[in-house]
Design a protein around this ligand. Structure first.
Ligand code: PMP
Length: 400
């Protein structure tokens, strides 16, 4: 029995997938050549890429208005790529605006959206970053989704950026449209012309549940290393009008876009402009084939909701007994990364050491915020969740 890996990413993958991948490393689809050795242009490999795309499209109901593309560079690579591609699009739409008149809206709800906004300032040239909302007041930690009334969006920005699940801070938009912690989509459509330039970082929640208003997005991106596979693969869902000719935009004064970051170059080449990350693509295809067999994203949405419900209930019990303290306000807590402090001298190290001795690993919070982080990605089963919940309850009983 392997220990349970509650790490935040790279994170656990299903045992059955890893066993299957061992076979593919030696013999991919009966070719006698391993998947890490075979040409990415072989028919066996190109069909794998097509199957993976179909699997994402059908499980998430991605409409034909949107392309699915695979690239590298992780979420961080997209912090730059979305700015360059969306500014190129804005340039083609409004060639006569000065750089100063171009604005990019950023919704800041945690460390990752904050980092993305910093990158937009770096690579955005003369365009400015408008902070549509900043959830962190007076340098306190990020602890929740702000009220809808606190959001202010620009009239016609080049992009509107948000991070669906803040992996470090454990803050996630609610998927219940009636919740005050839901994303305020209604504020975006009011009085706006044209298609929404909405960009979502879904790195740590992709394929864990349905994506509200998916069809209204310009770009959704996700690194694979949480719910889908190993690091090294980045998945994008891009609306066709955002797959723009970046060279034509450059002729009008937009910044040149490195070819490996051009959505159009990648999309036109069927995600094979250059050598893709073949092994992560392969493992991702096994993961999503398995998900499909289980009932797809709908299945995971139910299971993940139950898993999170159980962990948050134990956390609440611990709060009531003075043993734990949640880092996130009620309603904004992530289904994927539950973060909290263990109260008392040395209590955190005791919690971690004892969990480790019982086969539960990687529960330490991100180095920037400390505390505990329990990551509950798709590969973590309900049974494994029950084990950590029982452990939390036992810890509460012993320490209250
Ligand atoms: N966005 C989110 C929400 C993340 O969790 C991460 C990584 N943990 C990133 C972006 C950055 O991804 P990468 O390390 O793949 O560049």
């Amino acid at each position: 029995m392997r220990p349970i890996n509650f790490g935040a990413g790279p994170s656990a993958l299903p045992d059955s997938v890893l066993q299957e991948a061992c076979k593919g490393l030696l013999d991919f689809k009966g070719t006698g050549i391993g998947v890490a050795e075979i040409s990415h242009r072989s028919k066996e490999f190109t069909s794998l890429v097509a199957e993976l795309e179909n699997n994402i499209r059908s499980q998430l109901d991605v409409p034909p208005t949107h392309k699915i593309i695979f690239t590298q560079g992780g979420g961080t690579g997209q912090f730059s790529a979305v700015v360059l591609n969306m500014l190129a699009r804005h340039r083609l739409l409004y060639p006569d605006l000065s750089d100063e008149q171009r604005v990019m809206d950023y919704v800041i709800t945690g460390s990752w959206s904050k980092k993305a906004a910093e990158e937009a300032r770096r690579v955005g040239g003369g365009a400015s970053v408008h902070v549509a909302v900043d959830a962190r007041k007076d340098s306190k930690p990020f602890d929740g989704i702000p009220a809808h009334k606190d959001f202010s969006f620009s009239a016609d920005p080049a992009l509107i950026y948000y991070c669906e699940n803040e992996t470090v801070d454990g803050v996630q938009f609610s998927n219940n449209p009636d919740s005050p912690a839901s994303f305020p989509f209604h504020l975006l459509s009011e009085g706006r012309k044209g298609l929404l330039p909405l960009v979502g970082d879904h790195s740590s929640s992709f394929m864990s549940r349905k994506i509200p208003h998916l069809a209204d997005h310009a770009v959704i991106f996700a690194g694979a290393q949480k719910n889908i596979g190993p690091a090294g693969l980045t998945i994008l869902i891009v609306r066709q009008d955002c797959v723009v000719d970046v060279d034509a935009a450059a002729k009008l004064g937009a910044a040149p876009v490195p070819i490996t970051m051009s959505f159009k170059a990648i999309a036109d080449a069927g995600s094979l402009y250059n050598t893709p990350s073949t092994l992560p693509l392969y493992i991702a295809s096994l993961v999503l084939e398995r998900s499909k067999g289980l009932g797809g994203v709908e299945y995971f949405e139910i299971i993940n909701g139950k898993k999170a419900g159980k962990v948050y209930a134990a956390l609440k019990e611990g709060e009531e007994k003075g043993v734990f303290r949640s880092k996130v306000r009620e309603g904004s807590g992530s289904w994927m990364n539950v973060v909290f402090d263990v109260l008392g001298d040395n209590a955190e190290s005791k919690f971690l050491a004892s969990a480790e001795s019982q086969g539960m690993k990687a529960l330490k919070g991100h180095r920037s915020v400390g505390g505990i982080r329990i990551s509950l990605y798709n590969a973590i089963t309900e049974e494994q969740t029950d084990k950590v919940v029982a452990y939390m309850k036992e810890f509460i009983a012993q320490n209250s």
